[in-house]
Design a protein around this ligand. Structure first.
Ligand code: VGL
Ligand code: ZN
Length: 226
């Protein structure tokens, strides 16, 4: 017998540091998607509503401040899997953001936290970047994975809907990873905004996501959650 459909909403990184006016890595109009996300969280068809939180130590490897001579938003850095020197990840460097214990790490107060069933932290390991809420991209061996996959599997989730910030980094990587972990994956564009927002950037992003098996949809597709 086929598994019954069970859906989860994954609300990625709706945190002060990704929002105007004071965020260290503020995404233009990022705070504005929260109203739509709050609406989505009221849908009766959702078994789980998970909020993720980028949760870095003060000396995280993704901070330009840790690499003299580099520039946030511009310089790239190659990160090695600490347990397999041969496996690397190239990432953009960022301003210090979402540091544990600071204002910037907090979920924005507009998010209806009372509707959230789980909070998943990511980016805790100083040594590696983890855009995806499932954990760092390293596969051999996997290191510092989050509890997200276990939470979804334990609840029998088959379908996931991804929204939040930022479209082109953590939302994208979480959606692509969700496909890889075996979930039917929808990214709802009305619930997300990117760091890079040009038409060209968004077109490229959509194409890449679709090639990787993510169903990119808009608000008109809400019946998918039923
Ligand atoms: C993110 C850059 C660095 C995100 C997190 O949430 O999209 N982007 N850390
Ligand atoms: Zn981060």
């Amino acid at each position: 017998m086929a598994n019954p459909k069970k859906s989860a909403l994954i609300v990625v990184d709706m945190q002060e540091d990704f929002c105007e006016p004071n965020g260290a890595l503020a995404v233009k109009d990022g705070r504005g998607v929260v109203n739509y996300i709050n609406e989505l969280m009221s849908y009766p068809g959702l078994t789980l509503k998970i909020a993720t939180q980028d949760f870095h130590p003060h000396d995280h490897i993704s901070f330009a401040s840790q690499h003299p001579g580099t520039e946030a938003f511009k310089s790239e850095h190659t990160i090695r899997n600490p347990e397999n020197e041969g496996e690397t990840q190239t990432t953009l460097l960022w301003p210090d953001h979402c540091v544990r214990g600071t204002k910037g790490v907090e979920l924005i107060p507009e998010l209806h936290i009372n509707k959230v069933t789980h909070i998943v932290h990511k980016g805790l390991d100083t040594r590696v970047e983890a855009y995806s809420a499932f954990g760092p991209p390293f596969r051999n061996p996997r290191i510092s994975m989050s509890e997200l996959d276990t939470i979804l599997k334990d609840a029998g989730i088959t379908d996931v809907f991804v929204v939040g910030l930022a479209y082109d980094f953590c939302v994208k990587c979480t959606a692509v990873d969700a496909v890889e972990h075996g979930y039917r994956t929808f990214l709802i564009e009305d619930g997300t905004k990117g760091v890079f927002q040009s038409g060209e950037a968004v077109d490229g992003l959509r194409k890449e996501l679709r090639e990787k098996g993510v169903v990119v949809v808009g608000a008109e597709s809400e019946e998918l959650m039923a």
